[in-house]
Design a protein around this ligand. Structure first.
Ligand code: FE2
Length: 279
């Protein structure tokens, strides 16, 4: 699937954009399925907000249980002063996670297409295993910023062996909060690690390295709908708040190689669902 130049770009820059890889008919079912999940979500029972400016201290049982389920998380700005929903529900959700690939047929079919396994094997994975999926809305006007981070902070394998796949379901631009990356900085040290104590279900974000983010190198990864962005688990990335009038839907997958060991300190564990292999 990938030519030598594309593989070199991935290895040198730490990320690769495949513009317009997927057609409208391939990604439209994802969007429709995501909105249907939102339409049936019991907002009054699960008022769990997803934000990244609290050093992950706000993670609750609803979050941890999403490892094997399909849970919706609210956008911080969707709630009014007394905690009431101040937005129509389709415009209130920050993201859905994290077992869409196991539980929702449209997502299962998308992830199972042979193209995805082929691309991952081209990048050197021997037996790719899909650990988590998310549908991210980046809502107009209120879509929150996602601070600079590396995904290996939250998805720990030994050795580090996670690949991120980010699919633009809608056009992603600077205005509506596209990804930003730092070419070459996938070789920089892991700055933080998020470990969870399984018994107490308490997560702790710990600093590992004080190297500053190379924000001067940051580039906007603008991507039209249907594009796939592949990135390394040490690649620092960020997305700004969305202050535009257009949403920026994306679907993400995180894949590890079977040769790496999945840490027991990861917040995400799949004791019941088991391994999801991408052949
Ligand atoms: Fe990330």
């Amino acid at each position: 699937m990938l030519n030598r130049r594309q593989k070199n770009t991935y290895n040198e820059q730490g990320f690769l954009v495949l513009e317009g890889l997927f057609s409208g008919p391939q990604i439209d079912p994802l969007r429709r399925a995501a909105l249907e999940i939102v339409d049936h979500f019991d907002i009054d029972r699960h008022r769990s907000v997803f934000r990244t400016d609290d050093r992950d201290e706000g993670r609750d049982d609803y979050f941890f249980d999403s490892a094997e389920n399909v849970h919706c998380f609210l956008e911080d700005g969707a709630l009014g002063e007394s905690g009431e929903l101040a937005q129509p529900r389709r415009l209130a959700i920050n993201k859905i996670g994290h077992a869409l690939h196991d539980r929702i047929p449209e997502f299962t079919a998308f992830c199972r297409q042979p193209l995805i396994g082929e691309i991952l094997r081209d990048l050197g994975l021997v037996a790719p295993q899909l650990w988590q999926t998310m549908y991210i809305f980046k809502q107009p006007s209120i879509g929150g910023e996602v601070r600079w981070h590396q995904d290996a902070t939250y998805l720990i394998t030994r050795p580090a062996a996670v690949t991120g796949l980010w699919v633009a379901v809608e056009d992603a631009t600077r205005d509506n909060g596209c990804l930003w990356m730092q070419p070459g900085e996938h070789r920089s040290p892991l700055r933080e690690i998020y470990r969870v104590d399984r018994d107490s279900r308490k997560g702790t974000l710990t600093e590992l390295d004080r190297s500053p983010w190379a924000v001067e190198k940051a580039v906007a990864v603008e991507a039209p709908a249907g594009s796939l962005v592949l990135f390394h688990d040490h690649m620092p990335h960020y997305s700004s708040a969305n202050r535009s009038t257009r949403s920026r839907h994306a679907f993400t997958m995180h894949v590890a190689d079977s040769r790496a060991r999945w840490s027991e300190e990861n917040w995400l564990q799949r004791p019941n669902l088991g391994v999801f292999e991408l052949r």
